[in-house]
Design a protein around this ligand. Structure first.
Ligand code: IPM
Ligand code: MG
Length: 360
């Protein structure tokens, strides 16, 4: 197959981790006879510096015409004092909105080899951790009205959280499709004791799920969920939640697996075109040192092959290679534990590449 991929390296460790992910894509192309071509585009802080805006038109045009987008990370100290509308992070929100990527799939799976890197007690971890957060991505407080005004002689800031029935409906259907491929369980996480938006979520989810009697549905407040994720992570399966709760819970969940560095994510809309990125940020404190963990971005590539290109064997080859490299004891600093061998970002990429095997 021939595929065109928009590649946005972004800021901080973005370029380093993306480089490793591209090596992996090239190896897959070689092994399976595909042709991947890459359209490198700027977004984030680097685009502000070089082109005067965080999301240049040529970047979004490429995202909208290519087969999918791979993104490293955006943001950094340098742009931290810009106002909300001109920050690098705005590029990410712009891509999500313009591409209509309303669903964000964030798997949280503990690799056996990383069990000792988890900060949780061994008896909790050994029951296994394997769940998926389905995060709504183009609604809620991220996209509501934002303003800072002077009222009665003081500054007053406002961020509005809005959800429509149709926005809730379509993401619920995504969660249902995922739950059906897993264990037919969905947990809706909200703050329905306080928020109208959450009460609407319960109503709409309940209405749709009433037509899927095979799916067991539960509801949980987000504060309680953040506690239960630590207390009994092995009991979670598919978590369905709104934009900001999903943002926060997915960072928390990632740590259960030992490091945020190994987790990729898929952002999808109605078609097959998606945007794929690691769930971690641009880590400006370690940028340029060749010590970042590229496995999150490599996992994001595997998700791109699986979800957008329907290349299941290819994706399996990548997932197996990651597992093998971890089983062999290779670690970047973020997931280092006693007895393992610490290696660089580029070396980790190379290790994955040499361990990729064609299965079918
Ligand atoms: C994420 C990130 C982004 C978000 C930021 C960088 C805008 O934290 O993808 O989780 O909040 O969605
Ligand atoms: Mg986040």
């Amino acid at each position: 197959m021939e595929k065109i991929i928009t590649v946005i390296e972004g800021d901080g460790i973005g370029p380093e981790i993306v480089k490793e992910a591209i090596k992996v894509m090239d190896k897959i192309a070689d092994l399976y006879g595909h042709e991947f071509s890459y359209d490198y585009k700027l977004a984030g802080g680097i685009a502000i510096d070089e082109l005067g805006e965080c999301l240049p038109k040529s970047t979004i045009e490429s995202c909208l015409s290519s087969d999918s987008t791979l993104l490293g990370a955006v943001g950094g100290y340098k742009w931290d004092n810009l106002d909300g509308n001109s920050r690098p992070e705005k590029a990410l929100l712009g891509i999500r909105k313009e591409m209509g990527l309303y669903s964000n799939i964030r798997p949280c799976k503990l690799y056996d080899a990383l069990a000792s890197a988890s900060p949780l007690r061994a008896d909790i971890v050994q029951k296994g951790i394997d769940f998926i957060i389905v995060r709504e991505l183009t609604g809620g407080v991220y996209f509501g009205r934002h303003s800072t005004d002077i009222i009665d002689n003081e500054l007053v800031a406002t961020d509005v959280m809005t959800y429509s029935e149709s926005e809730i409906e379509r993401i619920t259907n995504v969660a249902i499709a995922i739950a059906k491929k897993r264990n037919n369980k969905i947990l809706v996480v909200d703050k329905a004791n306080i928020l109208d938006t959450s009460r609407l979520w319960r109503k709409v989810c309940g209405r749709i799920l009433a037509n899927h009697k095979d799916i067991e549905v539960e509801y949980m407040y987000v504060d309680n969920c953040s506690m239960q994720l630590i207390a009994r992570p092995s009991t979670f399966d598919v978590i369905l939640t709104e934009n900001m709760f999903g943002d926060i819970l997915s960072d928390e969940a990632s740590m259960l697996t030992g490091t945020i560095g190994t987790i990729g994510s898929a952002s999808l809309g109605d078609g097959t075109r998606g945007m794929y990125e690691p769930i971690h940020g641009s880590a400006p404190d370690i940028a340029g040192q060749n010590i970042a963990n590229p496995l999150g971005t490599i996992s994001a590539v595997s998700m791109m092959l699986r979800y957008s290109f329907n290349m299941q064997a290819e994706a399996d080859s990548i997932d197996n290679a990651i597992q093998k490299v971890l089983n062999l004891g290779y670690r970047t600093g973020d997931m280092m534990t006693k007895g393992c061998e610490k290696i660089s970002c580029s070396n980790m990429g190379n290790k994955v590449v040499v361990n990729i095997e064609r299965k079918h």
